[in-house]
Design a protein around this ligand. Sequence first.
Ligand code: NAI
Ligand code: MG
Length: 356
Amino acid sequence: MNKYRIAVIPGDGIGKEVVPEGLKVLNAIAAKFNIELSYNHFDWSCETYKKTGRMMPEDGLEQLRENDAIFLGAVGFPGVPDHLSLWGLLIPIRREFEQYINLRPVRLLPGITSPLRDKVPGDIDFWVVRENCEGEYSQIGGMIHQGTEHEAVVQESIFTRYGTDRAIRYAFELAKTTDKNHVTSATKSNGLFHSMPFWDKRFATIASEYPDSETDQYHIDILAAQFVMNPERFDVVVASNLFGDILSDLGPGVTGTIAVAPSANINPERKHPSMFEPVHGSAPDIAGLGIANPIGQIWSAAMMLEHLGEKAAGAAIMQAIEAVLTATDAPLTPDLGGRASTCDLGDAIAAQVYRL
Ligand code: NAI
Ligand code: MG
């Protein structure tokens, strides 16, 4: 029997509501596929911050390191500034564990209506590969003359050849596994004088290693428009940290709801644990009501199993999600137009797993 140790961090807000549904489905899958999952639970959150002044203990990363994967809900809640919660937990995990790929599928699921007229499942089906460790998200910079009318800030971006190449190369490797084998690069080399011309040069260099792959590139502004006007044309889209962050919410947006979208923070070399979390945040506006859609969390569990090498188990979760979404009496949460609770929808998907 294959055994995996999973670190579980529900985090804040609806993270605490959707993570248990993810675990419910994982337990159903484990029983069905004869996998052993053991969970190490961590209550790190904005509550922890308010009590201790830290999002996680000083040796937090050491505690996570011994796990095979990290299953995260969402982090951030009113009362703690977002940059403190993000830089206190999520970003240290991504960087220390060299999770330099943030991978997000953009796929229109059956049973969900796209805000784009006439789009049906199959029309929208691509990947966003976001560089996850450097780029525009950096602590390098500073402020002078604070509080005076001469105050000024500098915020630097960092693009290393090493960091850029490995993200772009991952995108080409991923494209090799798809039917289209097509990689699109998100750039802005007309406006950003140094970083994006460098990105373009690295993209062209890596592309030359993959003569069988088709490529194109767009400036980020028109690329955003193309996501809405022609989502069919994309296969794998590779982008820097900031551009990828934006595109990977826009993508799920055009598939109907960010609430079902998953994401994987991957260390491709498997030297460190990778982390799986929904795209959405802690949704303070609906936290505590028990109506959050758990599908983003459950789909993240499928990506986690796939990463761990349990491909059949991951595929089974997707099959169960799709079966439930297309059932005539589907217990849908309010964001999908229904009246069911988080727990009802999680129960239905877990029950479907047992039925497969
Ligand atoms: P959000 O994703 O939490 O919410 C945006 C909107 O989508 C809200 O109206 C919310 O009710 C709705 N929504 C989100 N997930 C849903 C679900 N599963 N079911 C039904 N409706 C859902 O984004 P927002 O409001 O910008 O951020 C709230 C907090 O979450 C902030 O503190 C932010 O920093 C944090 N956050 C954390 C992330 C993470 O942990 N990776 C990612 C995004 C935001
Ligand atoms: Mg985001």
